[in-house]
Ligand binder design. Structure first.
Ligand code: C5P
Length: 304
């Protein structure tokens, strides 16, 4: 019998889709995806401690307005893992929210993934990473990647993963929006726009994105980042177009909406350039009427 574990702290990392192609609607209501996920340095923190029963507390700058009840993905993750192994979900979970909420950064999915990992350790279950990913897929399409981390090519509804061993990091500035966007609303808007235009997009050039990642060259990566959901997010929030254009004008190598948005990501040459971009964006946006949250410098990369 192992000694009981006192408490476990696991980081819950945000993600960025470096390319995101949305294919057809499936019978289960999800869309076929082709994407390349990369973990970001920005993270929440999940602490799991022994308790009788399951309790969830939320703290941190983005905790306000979030429900700490059984609708929360972290709570559901603990229940799901306990149910999987046939024990009661005895844990006090504390999630410190640093990732903007409903922002296209998979913050809720990251919390769920980190909770699976934290409870696996707290309860000394030794459930494999593969099984945790499969459990994660029941909670949301991004959760398996959040369990695995690093960089991965994803297909299916986003849950079928193939890791990419690209070394090195890329530096970005994230600009959160003052308001949230609902992921289903963005997918529905894309469907509406596509019905109107009859347009679909060609398959993603995943090989080009992987080659750019392996090269470690930000300029090369800048040439291949894409996001099919961007047009839908911009349609719902036209001011995002101004923000993306402002980023390009002040020297970002690339500007894209993160996942379903509304956070925008600006690719920098290096960490110093990211700090420079933040200053220049502040000047460019002053008086423009575009309301944003504070820009966040982040790194993306394999070993995060
Ligand atoms: O999987 P998850 O619960 O995170 O997905 C949230 C919503 O995003 C889904 O309800 C669906 O509207 C949309 N979605 C989709 N196709 C995917 C992933 C998500 O349509 N592959």
């Amino acid at each position: 019998m192992n000694a009981p574990v006192a408490s476990v702290v696991v980081r819950a990392y945000a993600k960025l889709n470096l390319c995101l192609r949305v294919g057809g609607l499936r019978e289960d209501g999800y869309h076929e995806l082709q994407t390349v996920f990369s973990r970001l340095s920005l993270h929440d923190e999940v602490m799991a401690e022994p308790a009788d029963g399951l309790v969830l507390r939320l703290s941190g700058r983005y905790a306000e307005g979030l429900l700490a009840d059984e609708s929360n993905l972290a709570y559901r993750a603990a229940e799901l893992l306990a149910d999987h192994v046939g024990i009661s979900p005895d844990a006090a979970l504390t999630v410190r929210k640093t990732i903007p909420v409903a922002a296209g950064l998979a913050g809720g999915s990251a919390d769920a993934a980190a909770t699976l990992i934290a409870c696996n350790r707290l309860w000394q279950l030794n459930v494999s990473g593969q099984v945790l990913e499969a459990l994660g897929a029941k909670l949301g399409s991004d959760v398996p990647f959040c369990v695995r981390g690093g960089i991965a090519v994803a297909t299916g509804r986003g849950e079928q993963l193939e890791s990419v061993a690209a070394e090195g990091q890329f530096h970005w500035v994230l600009v959160p929006s003052a308001e949230q966007l609902s992921t289903p609303a963005v997918y529905a808007e894309l469907a509406r726009l596509r019905r109107g235009s009859g347009e679909t997009t060609p398959p993603a050039d995943i090989a080009a994105v992987v080659a750019a990642l392996l090269s470690g060259k930000p300029r090369r990566l800048a040439g291949v980042v894409t996001n099919d959901l961007e047009v839908a997010a911009v349609s719902l929030r036209p001011e995002l177009d101004l923000l993306l254009a402002a980023g390009r004008d002040v020297g970002a190598l690339a500007a894209l909406v993160c996942g379903s948005g509304p956070t925008c990501a600006f690719l920098a040459r290096d960490a110093a350039h990211a700090v420079e971009l933040i200053g220049r964006l502040g000047v460019a946006l002053a008086g423009s009427g575009v309301e944003t949250g504070s820009p966040i410098p982040v790194a993306s990369g394999c070993y995060l």
